[in-house]
Design a protein around this ligand. Structure first.
Ligand SMILES: [Zn+2]
Ligand SMILES: [Zn+2]
Length: 556
């Protein structure tokens, strides 16, 4: 492919490469920056007390004056959930489909940051000038309506980001992945660099169409007359919600929503004409008890077993609106995302305990993925015919499998760059290569308290796995003596023969403090250090454990 001698274009990856979630990348063209998505990630099991994880936003904070805009591929939390954190540090307009922008703006409004941005609603196929770049928004199918692939027309040729996508040939709203447009770009200007979703790169074949779920739901509903049906799914999966409403309507049921995000998204989607609800089909959740069980369908949040969501509350018998029991049917119309399997399993157990029938994807096809499998990934590669390729969005193994697939499709190995979070990749006339690194560590957020740094998380892990050993002593500086204690206290720690240890340990700390006083250590910090070291060494050699050591030396 012929590329004019022009400025290099760079892609800076801040999140989503090597993990599922916190998707965030940045395109640098002629020294200006466009941000692509700012998502969150749900915490891993070894992150106690962490509510969510953000991309490291240091690079964007330090280059805030170069950012011309933020473009959104779609409305999932792992793509838009971090916007309210980024907008603390910089001001820039946000471009996205009306639904995407509607979902994103809720969070930004809650954070009181609406004045830091403006929302530019983009229609399918539109081109917007952002900084030095024409940016084209191309429809793709995914598990939320109105998703885009985004084509950036740069001096180095077209950079195409697939966003999250699948190639659904029978989507619920008839809006298909616009392969024709991608093919046209490939035939005319040519696609210089493709960045594509790797989530299902290990899965062979093709992801089933969303409409197959509708057929299953209609059958499952029809086979359970006279019984109340509760379906849980992602609140943003409005095509799923549409199919649940349709199945309910066809079986003579009224529909109520349960859970705040479900209610908000259904309202937003009705306003935008994305959801079509037959007249009189929806009722308020407070009205369900006035109907026969066979006339009721409830659409609920909490398909991921989130502890405070509607489904978990129902399973625990704590819902204000609905008491589950014998005869009720619960359909979990979602797969647990990695890390949530355990919580979902507990909820399923509790639902069984209440006597409900539980239907999930192990017995019926009540869910399909929103991500392309290998067949679809190969289709995109063959239509886009990219000169260069970077797999994005996925764990490391997904990225590797996607890179191998691209190579098998005829892309030169040296034109495929396996990148990870923090990589700055340079595209110029010579090709594609890694150039440098930017900070890309995890940024932890504890909902109530705000940012959690690595030190706090390390402390929490030590407390959770090893417990704490504390020593309290009072020191008289003029007498150079320990006048009270040392007393050793433990919390959550299991030491062999704890009493003996606490007596011996206290003696060791006393001896160390007396030595230090004699040698002239007279400051509180110094004495605390001495106490910590003496106790830590004692506990370590006697027990081979590493609990948290907390010294409290009081000086009089
Ligand atoms: Zn995603
Ligand atoms: Zn997504």
């Amino acid at each position: 492919m012929l590329v004019a001698k022009a400025d290099a274009v760079k892609v800076i990856f801040l999140g989503g490469l090597g993990e599922i979630g916190r998707n965030c990348a940045c395109l640098e063209v002629e020294g200006r920056l466009i941000v692509i998505d700012v998502g969150i990630m749900f915490p891993e099991p070894d992150m106690p007390g962490v509510d969510l994880v953000l991309p490291d936003l240091t690079f964007l904070r330090e280059n805030a004056d170069r950012v011309d805009g933020i473009v959104l591929t779609h409305g999932h939390e792992d793509h838009v959930g971090g916007l309210s954190y980024l907008l603390r540090d910089l001001e820039a307009p946000i471009y996205g489909a009306p639904l995407t922008v509607g979902i994103a703006s809720n969070r930004i409004r809650e954070a009181g940051l609406l004045d830091k941005t403006s929302f530019i609603e983009v229609a399918d196929g539109e081109v917007h000038r952002i900084g030095p770049c024409d940016v084209e928004f191309i429809p793709v199918t995914h598990s939320v309506p109105s998703a885009f692939a985004i084509a950036f027309h740069t001096p180095q040729g077209i950079v195409l980001h697939s966003g999250d996508f699948k190639i659904d040939l029978a989507p619920v709203d008839g809006r298909r992945t616009d392969l024709a447009r991608i093919g046209e770009l490939a035939k005319t200007a040519g696609i210089r660099l493709l960045l594509a979703d790797s989530t299902n790169a290990e899965e062979p074949g093709f992801t089933a169409s969303e409409t197959t779920v509708g057929e299953t739901l209609r059958r499952v509903f029809a086979m359970r007359p006279g019984r109340r049906i509760i379906v849980a799914c992602f609140a943003s999966h409005l095509h799923r919600v549409q199919q649940i409403i349709d199945a309910a309507h066809a079986s003579g049921r009224k529909v109520a929503t349960l859970g705040r995000s479900m209610k908000n998204n259904v309202e937003l989607a009705r306003k935008l004409g994305i959801l079509e609800v037959p007249k009189g089909a929806m009722i308020d959740i407070t009205e369900i008890d006035s109907l026969e069980p066979g006339q009721v369908c409830v659409i609920s949040t909490g398909s991921q077993g989130e502890p405070m969501a509607a489904m978990s509350l129902m399973a625990a018998g704590q819902s204000r609106f609905l008491e589950l029991g014998e005869g009720d049917v619960v359909i979990l119309s979602a797969h647990p995302i990695p890390g949530n399997e355990w919580s979902v399993g507990r909820v399923i157990d509790e639902l069984h305990r209440r006597g409900a029938e539980v239907i999930h994807s192990a017995h019926e096809a009540v869910h399909v993925s929103g991500h392309a499998r290998r067949g679809e990934l190969a289709t995109l590669l063959s239509v886009a015919k990219p000169d260069c390729f970077i797999p994005v969005h996925g764990e490391y193994r997904h990225l590797i499998h996607h890179a191998q697939l691209a190579e098998s499709m005829g892309i030169d190995a040296e034109r495929i760059v396996l990148s990870e979070d923090g990589d700055v990749v340079r595209l110029d006339a010579k090709g594609l290569r890694k150039e440098s690194r930017v900070p890309a560590g995890y940024l932890y957020v504890d909902g109530a308290a705000g940012d959690v740094d690595h030190g706090i998380l390390r402390d929490r892990k030590v407390l959770a796995s090893e417990g704490m050993v504390m020593v309290v002593a009072t020191v008289d500086l003029s007498a150079r003596d320990v006048v009270a204690g040392p007393e050793v206290l433990t919390r959550g720690w299991v030491g062999p023969s704890e009493e003996l240890l606490t007596v011996e340990a206290a003696d060791r700390v006393r001896a160390a403090l007396l030595d230090a006083l004699r040698e002239g250590t007279h400051d509180v910090e110094g004495l605390n250090r001495v106490a910590r070291r003496a106790l830590g060494r004692f506990v370590g050699t006697r027990t081979r454990q590493k609990p948290m050591i907390v010294p409290i030396v009081v000086v009089i």
